[in-house]
Design a protein around this ligand. Structure first.
Ligand SMILES: Cc1cc2nc3c(=O)[nH]c(=O)nc-3n(C[C@H](O)[C@H](O)[C@H](O)COP(=O)(O)OP(=O)(O)OC[C@H]3O[C@@H](n4cnc5c(N)ncnc54)[C@H](O)[C@@H]3O)c2cc1C
Length: 321
């Protein structure tokens, strides 16, 4: 029996979230005495055999032109078929847009119990008990999965990537692939170069910045830190920034290692999407701003004074000034 981990790639590169899922799946397999196996759909340019260093012994790969575009229905059928054929007991996805779309569909096909948003390895001594986030990270739930097969989506940035060494055997899998019911006519890339859900650091700003003309300093700071750019909802609603930067309950949920919030009050709906960040730095001129309660570090001050000073400091550390 095996633990099957779905490996995602974008623009040829394996996603960091998949490295977390691989480490998680390999540790689970070790715990249950199963084999950890990966599944790649399509043809990434990254060397997939080297993913063996995260603990997977074997990686199934299906290569076909149709798989170049993500299609939930086509992918679901293929993943479910391979999971059945390879006797996978547990199938692991990342809790990101692709994983959220695929996992429930695969779970239905396999008649498997689904845990969405796991944050820790299952307790398998007595049953199969998985800890997950609920209420936008405000509480935890321990879920007992009673079905023979299980599907788990792992919260992004909740499990440390670990390398154990080794190379995976690549097995080219021949499978019948359905003709998609939809056709992608074109795709338009968003302006942001770093995907928010993958970013290690995110610099975010809110209405405290007064207007879109003041974002240059936020962009400069983000660029210096190699960070993704985010914003609060009113900022996106007012078209100061594009909606793909909107984080929170109704926007993207992120969990970077470092979240820097500039001129954002810290409303509960905003926190719902960012409170899983490892370290939160808040810059706000109001010492009573609610965000300070959720912050690891807080700077009470005017963003228009603090941010340029931060930029100078980062430049100095990087030897750029
Ligand atoms: C159903 C629902 C869903 C929602 N979903 C989301 C969501 O997904 N994401 C989201 O962000 N919001 C969401 N909201 C909106 C949310 O309630 C808040 O209104 C919003 O987050 C506030 O945005 P803000 O902090 O940028 O603006 P404000 O609340 O106006 O706060 C601006 C902050 O900037 C500070 N400031 C002002 N000038 C400066 C300065 N010069 N230097 C430093 N600080 C300064 C102020 O002290 C203040 O704290 C939702 C609301 C509802 C009802």
């Amino acid at each position: 029996m095996s633990v099957l981990i779905f490996i995602e790639h974008t623009e040829g590169q394996i996603k960091k979230a998949s490295l977390e899922a691989l480490t998680y799946g390999a540790r689970l397999a070790e715990q249950t005495g199963d084999t950890a196996e990966g599944l790649v759909l399509g043809t990434p340019s990254d060397d997939i055999a080297s993913l063996g260093k995260y603990g997977v012994k074997k990686i199934y790969q299906v290569q076909h032109d149709i798989l170049h575009h993500f299609d939930s229905q086509v992918y679901t059928k293929l993943i479910s078929h391979i999971a059945e054929e390879t006797n996978a007991q547990t199938i692991i996805f990342s809790n990101n847009p692709a994983g959220k779309s695929l996992a429930p569909r695969v779970a239905v096909r396999l008649k498997a119990g689904l845990v969405a948003g796991a944050i820790a390895l299952p307790e398998t001594k007595d049953g199969f008990n998985v800890r997950k986030n609920v209420f936008s990270g405000k509480a935890f739930a321990n879920v007992d999965v009673k079905t023979e097969k299980k599907v788990i989506t792992l919260n992004v940035n909740s499990f440390t990537i670990a390398e154990t060494g080794g190379t995976a055997e690549i097995v080219q899998y021949e499978a019948t692939i359905d003709t998609p019911k939809i056709k992608v006519l074109n795709t338009t890339k968003t302006t942001s170069s770093i995907a928010l859900t993958e970013a290690e650091t995110v610099v975010s700003a809110g209405r405290g910045l007064k207007g879109p003309e003041n974002w240059k300093m936020v962009e400069d700071l983000a660029q210096l830190l190699g960070a993704g750019l985010a914003c609060s909802r009113p900022v996106a609603d007012a078209h100061w920034r594009p909606h793909n930067e909107h984080v929170g309950q109704t926007g993207i949920a992120i969990a970077p290692n470092l979240y820097i919030a500039i001129g954002i009050s810290g409303a509960i709906q905003h926190l719902a999407g960012v409170n899983r960040s490892k370290v939160i730095v808040v810059i706000n001129k109001d010492p009573e701003a609610p965000f300070f309660k959720a912050a690891d570090y807080g700077i009470v001050g005017d963003a228009f004074e603090v941010v340029p000073k931060m930029i100078e400091a980062v430049k100095k550390v990087k030897g750029l000034s």
